[in-house]
Design a protein around this ligand. Sequence first.
Ligand code: AMP
Ligand code: ZN
Length: 117
Amino acid sequence: MAGEPQDDCLFCKIVARQIPATIVRETETTLAFRDINPQAPTHVLVVPKAHYKNAAELAEAAPALAADVLAETRAVADEEKLESYRTVFNTGSGAGQTVWHAHAHVLGGRGLEWPPG
Ligand code: AMP
Ligand code: ZN
């Protein structure tokens, strides 16, 4: 069910500390940790602790939690001293989503082209 921890979900396991990650920030409702395959000098993922399959489901089912995630992307950028950065939610496999637990990518520390590929 949406919001409940999923046994087979990688990011639920990171939230539960069953799989290690380099955690950079934690709030009551969110966790931020470094991407294992960074695409920029700063590449941090911000996840809601509760399980929603992607940003679409999160926005629909838990808008206040979606706002917490967005606020945390700003806090991460601040801590990483990023003046410019990009916040990305890949939603659906056609957009590159590979982990089915909502997450924001925070990318920065290098020039970022627009539009993205
Ligand atoms: P997406 O393709 O938007 O679903 O993003 C999933 C991201 O999770 C990718 O950038 C992966 O590099 C990252 N990732 C996968 N496994 C781990 C892990 N164990 N710890 C941290 N990041 C991970
Ligand atoms: Zn999950």
